[in-house]
Every structure is written in structure tokens, then in C-alpha cells.
Design a protein around this ligand. Structure first.
Ligand code: C2E
Ligand code: MG
Ligand code: MG
Length: 708
């Protein structure tokens, strides 16, 4: 397109342009050389002519003079010779005269200019005068009037000869002046020609420089532009193009580079799309989701529409992976993705952030509001996903953030929806709308987290103990160690305030280590006083991923000479299932040491019996939700009984948590529960209080329980 507008010269190839330029330069140089040669040869010819002319004229003048002199001398001799001897002398005189005439005729025929012609005419005239007087003298000699002849010769002839000689001198002078003048003229012309040749050489140089510059500009500039664009391309900036300003090799190179940039840019876009697309579900990954959401939000902004961003997490996805395998987990995700795609219109953007977290951005209209959409999202996935014909009991948590109320950029909106989702999980709500107050709670948790580091080293943590007793005779059989934090500003903090955050940041390992040390110390003291009972420490998911845990526990027990069987570790059922594909190896090593292992909060994690069977545990702690009010519902009593039976059939000791009333205790006793723990027996207490309780209250309780 551009090339049509170009001067025809720029449409030629560079090779042709260079050849043309050299041809022009060469022709010009040859022209100068020819001109110089022509001027030089003209000058040489002129010099040659001048020299020849000079020589010839001098020669002729000299000859005329010599011959005239010779004739005069002969005449003088004639007077003194006898007649017979004079005849041949006349012939000689005639010959000399003829030669002089010839010389002067030659001069006349030259048609000399610059006054020399006049000088020649004057010479000729004087020669004629001389001839006349010479003839008269010769006539007098032949008439034998020698006296008159002598007088004639001495006066008239001599006189005319002298005047001839003067005229010849005059001609010679004239000729010299002319030669000098012509020579000066030639010199001036030579100087002019030199200037002309130098001037033309200068023009040739200038022309050469201009041509070189023109060609260099025509080649170097586009190449430089191509180089700049090439560098930009290398940095991944595909927006720039090399301007195609010619149809030559450089122009074609620019066009090829542009095609290359298009192709590479397109391919990179495709790769980026692929990289930002979740392979399993075909949904956008975080980066692509944010980019697409930004575009949708800007359209909403233009049309003044509201939108909601929902963040949904499929709880227990890890459990599905651990129990049923990754194929089942993948099927759950694909199923959930398909359900979400079917549940929302094309106007919505759907993505998967990783794990079991899905996000949906939906523009709102008058008929729909955010909670309604959250319900739709929940219903699309919860209890609907199946695998190999079996319905999977998945629960989901949804966090929501509104545009533009909570944020007006896609990133912030997404972050807020995620915050709402995490907070919803913490508050055990299925869906939660973002609230700016979440920020301050998040901030306070963040500052707590940094405080926790100092708390561990600074003695702000405490080990509280809660007894575990036999429901039959009330005997104290063990205790559970529960952490408490005496915060310098906030007072006593329950574990729920900081354990989840310590877990999500990995700081929980330090808490566990501290609690293990405390527990082993307590066991060592009990052992020294002859008190035989187990002490349970809660360990978290992250601790089970630490392959060094069994060694550390063993070292700790050895250092205080505490038998391993007195130490029990409690692992939550959900934590166990979420702790990666094989937490069993760490558990086996702990069992090999002799440490007791309990499944905590049993019944909340939906683990299958098949999975439980594979776990090397020896105790099952029924979650307090099964105990709470169990005495008032016969069906729940039956359920509780079957859980205890299952535990027993797996060879496990069964403990019930959260026993608060006598009625609940009675149900547990009938269900043949092995151990009970709860506020009815005692709340968690500091070590000293526990000691006092153990000493003072255990015996009456034992009695009471024994009586009941
Ligand atoms: P958990 O291991 O199931 O501990 C039992 C929780 O139930 C304790 O709460 C205890 O105070 C409470 N509880 C006991 N009896 C009753 C009752 O009759 N009624 C009611 N309503 N509650 C009762 P706490 O101490 O607040 O601990 C909560 C959870 O925090 C624990 O649940 C445990 O999962 C975790 N936790 C506590 N200490 C630690 C620790 O040192 N490390 C780790 N990783 N987790 C800990
Ligand atoms: Mg526990
Ligand atoms: Mg528990």
C-alpha cells in the first residue's frame, strides 16, 4: 500500500539503486576526465601553434633580412666587377631576392593580426622601395655610370635597405609582443581550466557524498527501526511494527519482521491462554479470570450495572482425593465446573483458582440479588455431584463481594470474595457477603500472628488440662492438653482465635513442639509421683506432613525417660484427610515408637470406614455434636451406639467429647463408651488447678459415678 506512494527510485531493489548510483558517479567522473583531457590537449595544441608560429615568423623575418642584406652586398660587389663577371652575380641576387620575397609572402599569407599584418605590409612596401632603388642602381651599373650608381647605392639604396631593416625589426618586436600576450592569455585559460576541473571534482565528490548519504539513509534508517522493533519484540512487546517504507530488500525484511511479530504474538497469546486455562475443567485460571473479569466490570461500569463476584470452595475435596483417589477428585471438579457452567448464563465469567475453589462473576439485574445467586451456586454443586453412580456428600462455602460497593477492580473484588469465603468457613456459614469489618478482623489476626512468635518464646502460652474419665466408675484415666494464650493486651485467648491462622502459616509446628515439651514434662512429673495416666496433645495437619515429627517425639520422651505409651496424639479427622496422599507413614512411625494415636472430632469428617481401617490409631473421639442433647433423641442414641460399636469392632478405644449433662453421661454409659470428657467432669484447667482438682474432686466424683 505504502509502496505505491513512493518515488519510482525507491521501488527499485537496493542492488539496482547502488548500481545506478555508481553508474551516475562513474559517468560524471568520466565526463570530468574527458573534459580535462580535452582542455589539456587544446592548450597543448595552442602552445604548439604559438611556438611554431613564433619560430616560423622569426625564421621568415630573419631570412628576409639575410636575403635582402645578401642582395645589397652583391650589388656593392657588382660595381667593382667587369660586365662578364656580373651576369652570374645577377642570378645570385635574383635568387636571394626571390628567397626574401618568398619569406615575406609566407608571412603575408598567415594573415597575422594584432598590428603584425600592418607591420608585414610595411615590410613589403619597404622591400618594394628597396627593390626599386636596387633596380635603378643596377641599371646605372649596366649603363656603366658607376659614379651615379655608387651615389645611388650610397644614398637611396642604402637608405631603403635600412628602412626595410627597421620595418623587419618592428615586425619582430610586434611578433614578440603578440607572442607574450598570447602566452599570457593561454596561461590564464590554463588557470581557468584548472579551476573548472577542480570545481567539477568537488561537484563529483559532493554528488558521491549525497548519493552515499541517500542510499545509507534509505538502508540504515529502516534497518535501525527494524532493530529497535526487534529489541521490543524480544522483550515481549508485540504492539510495535516496523514501518514498511519501501518495496526493496529492507522493505521486504520489515514486512517479514511484522509477519513474524504477528505470528509470534498470536502464538504467545494462544500459549498464554492455554497456560491460563485449567486443563481439567477448561475454565479460566486466576490470571485469565481476573483479566476477563476486568473487561466485564468495565462494561458493567459503562452501563451502570451492579455485579457480584462469588468465590466457592468445595470442602472435603482432599478427603475425596485421599479416600476415593484422584480420579474421583478430578471427576468432582469436572462435575462441579459443568454444573456451574450450566447454572449461569453466558454473561457470567467462571474460573477455577486451584484446588476446589471456583469463582463466578455475574452482572446483577433487578430480578436477582447476590444471596439468591449464592444459593443457586450452592444448589448447583452441593449434594449433586456423583462419581461412578454414587452421590458424593460435598458441602461448599461461598463468599461474595459486590461491584462497585466493595471494590471496583477485579483483583480487589476477588480478594474480598475470598476473604468472605474464608470468614464464612470460620463462622461455619454456607455463604457470607463481604463486610468491610472483615478487614479489621483480618488485620487483628495478622497482628496476632506476629505476636504469636514472641508468645511462644516469651512464656505467654499455657498448657491447660482437661480430664478424661471412665463413664462406669469415674476413674481418671487420662487428660487432654489444650493450649491457651495469655495475651498481654487481649487477655486469655482460646485456640480458635489463633490456631487456624497458625496452621495456615506454618507457625503451628512451634506451638505443637512447645505443647509436646510441656506434655512430656507433665508426664515426667506424674511418673515421678506414681500417677499413671495418658496425656493427649493435639497435632495439626501440617505436623503430619513433617517427617521429622516421630524422631522429635522419640527424642523428647527419651530425654525425660517417659514411656511412649503415656503420650497420646490427637489428629482431627478432617485434618488427617487433608494432609496429603499418605499421612499414614508418619502415623506408623509414631505408633512404632509406642505413642497412642486418637482420631479427634470423629463424625465431622465424612471419612469412610475403609479408610479408618487403614489408619494405625487406637482411639476414636466422638465429636461433641453427637453428644450434645443425645439423651433427648432415640435415633441419635442409636447412631451414637453404632459409632461406639464400629470403634470397638475396629479394636479402638472410644471417647466421647463434650459431655455436659448427667443424662448425656447415662446414654454414653449405656452405649459402652470407654471414656468421657466434658464440662460435666471438668473444664480445661491450668496445671496447678488440675492437680488440685485431681486430688480433691476426683474421689467424690469417683464415688458419685460409682453409685450412679
Ligand atoms: P478439641 O481437640 O476437640 O478439644 C476439645 C475442645 O472442646 C476444647 O476446646 C475444650 O475446651 C472443649 N470442650 C471440652 N469439653 C466441653 C464441653 O463439655 N462443652 C463444650 N462446649 N466444649 C467442651 P478448646 O480448648 O477451645 O480447643 C478447641 C480446639 O482447638 C481443640 O478441639 C483442638 O482441635 C484445638 N486445639 C487446642 N489446643 C491445641 C493445640 O495445642 N494444638 C493444636 N493443634 N490444636 C489445639
Ligand atoms: Mg482434641
Ligand atoms: Mg475434639
Amino acid at each position: 500500500m505504502t509502496s505505491n506512494l513512493l518515488h519510482p527510485v525507491f521501488r527499485l531493489r537496493i542492488g539496482m539503486r547502488l548500481a545506478l548510483a555508481f553508474l551516475v558517479l562513474l559517468s560524471f567522473t568520466l565526463g570530468i576526465a574527458w573534459l580535462a583531457d580535452d582542455r589539456m590537449s587544446t592548450l597543448a595544441v595552442r602552445y604548439q601553434q604559438l611556438a611554431t608560429e613564433q619560430y616560423e615568423i622569426a625564421e621568415r623575418v630573419d631570412e628576409a633580412r639575410r636575403m635582402s642584406d645578401a642582395a645589397a652586398r652583391k650589388l656593392l660587389v657588382l660595381i667593382s666587377l667587369p660586365r662578364a663577371a656580373r651576369v652570374p652575380a645577377y642570378a645570385q641576387i635574383d635568387a636571394s631576392n626571390a628567397l626574401a620575397d618568398h619569406a615575406l609572402a609566407a608571412l603575408e599569407s598567415r594573415h597575422l593580426d594584432d598590428g603584425r599584418g600592418e607591420a608585414v605590409q610595411s615590410v613589403l612596401e619597404r622591400l618594394r622601395n628597396y627593390r626599386e632603388s636596387y633596380l635603378q642602381t643596377a641599371d646605372l651599373i649596366e649603363a656603366d655610370d658607376l659614379k651615379a650608381a655608387r651615389a645611388m647605392l650610397g644614398s637611396q639604396t642604402e637608405e631603403s635597405l635600412n628602412r626595410l631593416s627597421e620595418a623587419l625589426d618592428q615586425l619582430t618586436r610586434q611578433q614578440r609582443a603578440t607572442a607574450t600576450h598570447q602566452s599570457a592569455e593561454l596561461q590564464a585559460r590554463t588557470a581557468t581550466d584548472r579551476h573548472v576541473v577542480w570545481g567539477l571534482c568537488g561537484v563529483a565528490l559532493l554528488l558521491g557524498a549525497l548519493l552515499a548519504m541517500g542510499i545509507a539513509r534509505g538502508i540504515v534508517r529502516p534497518l535501525r527501526r527494524a532493530e529497535t522493533v526487534g529489541h521490543l519484540l524480544a522483550t515481549g512487546d508485540y504492539a510495535h511494527r516496523v514501518p514498511v517504507t519501501s518495496d526493496d530488500e529492507v522493505g521486504r525484511l520489515a514486512a517479514v519482521m511484522n509477519t513474524l511479530a504477528d505470528a509470534v504474538g498470536e502464538r504467545e497469546q494462544r500459549l498464554l491462554r492455554m497456560a491460563h486455562t485449567d486443563r481439567l475443567t477448561g475454565l479460566a485460571q486466576r490470571e485469565r479470570f481476573v483479566a476477563e473479569s476486568a473487561a466485564l466490570l468495565s462494561a458493567c461500569r459503562d452501563r451502570q450495572r451492579l455485579a457480584v463476584l462469588m468465590c466457592m470452595d468445595v470442602d472435603r475435596l482432599k478427603s475425596v482425593n485421599a479416600i476415593l483417589g484422584f480420579d474421583a477428585g478430578d471427576a468432582v471438579l469436572q462435575n462441579a465446573a459443568a454444573r456451574l457452567a450450566a447454572g449461569f448464563s453466558h454473561g457470567a465469567k467462571i474460573g477455577r483458582l486451584g484446588g476446589g475453589t471456583f469463582v463466578v462473576l455475574v452482572p446483577l439485574d433487578a430480578a436477582t440479588d447476590a444471596p439468591l445467586l449464592a444459593q443457586r451456586m450452592l444448589h448447583a454443586v452441593e449434594h449433586k455431584v456423583s462419581w461412578q453412580g454414587h452421590a458424593l456428600d460435598l458441602s461448599v462455602s461461598v463468599g461474595m463481594a459486590l461491584f462497585p460497593e466493595h471494590a471496583d477492580t477485579a483483583e480487589t473484588l476477588l480478594r474480598r470474595a475470598e476473604q468472605a469465603m474464608f470468614e464464612g468457613k470460620r463462622q461455619r456459614q454456607q455463604h457470607l457477603l463481604y463486610d468491610p469489618s472483615l478487614e479489621s478482623s483480618l488485620q487483628s489476626h495478622l497482628s496476632l500472628l506476629s505476636d504469636l512468635h514472641q508468645a511462644i518464646g516469651g512464656g505467654q502460652l499455657r498448657q491447660f488440662l482437661q480430664p478424661k474419665v471412665s463413664p462406669l466408675d469415674g476413674r481418671l484415666l487420662g487428660a487432654e492438653a489444650l493450649v491457651r494464650w495469655q495475651h498481654p493486651e487481649r487477655g486469655w485467648l482460646p485456640p480458635s482465635e489463633f490456631i487456624p491462622f497458625a496452621e495456615s502459616t506454618g507457625r503451628i509446628r512451634q506451638v505443637t513442639q512447645w505443647m509436646l515439651e510441656q506434655a512430656v514434662n507433665t508426664l515426667a512429673q506424674w511418673q515421678a509421683r506414681g500417677i499413671d495416666m495418658t496425656l493427649a496433645v493435639n497435632v495439626s495437619t501440617l505436623d503430619l506432613q513433617d517427617s521429622g515429627l516421630p524422631d522429635r517425639v522419640a527424642t523428647l520422651l527419651r530425654s525425660r525417660h517417659v514411656p511412649a505409651r503415656w503420650l497420646q496424639l490427637e489428629l482431627t479427622e478432617t485434618g488427617l484427610l487433608a494432609s496429603g496422599p499418605d499421612p499414614i507413614r508418619v502415623l506408623r512411625e509414631l505408633r512404632e515408637i509406642g505413642v497412642g494415636l486418637a482420631i479427634d472430632d470423629f463424625g465431622t469428617g465424612h471419612s469412610s470406614l475403609a479408610y479408618l481401617q487403614r489408619l494405625p490409631v487406637n482411639e476414636l473421639k466422638i465429636d461433641r455434636s453427637f453428644v450434645d442433647g443425645v439423651d433427648r433423641d432415640p435415633r441419635r442414641q442409636a447412631l451414637l451406639r453404632s459409632i461406639v460399636d464400629i470403634g470397638h469392632s475396629l479394636g479402638l478405644e472410644v471417647t466421647a467429647e463434650g459431655v455436659e449433662t448427667e443424662a448425656e453421661l447415662a446414654v454414653l454409659r449405656r452405649a459402652k463408651c470407654d471414656l468421657v470428657q466434658g464440662y460435666l467432669i471438668a473444664k480445661p484447667m491450668a496445671a496447678e488447678a488440675f492437680e488440685a482438682w485431681r486430688a480433691a474432686l476426683a474421689r467424690p466424683l469417683e464415688r458419685e459415678l460409682a453409685l450412679g
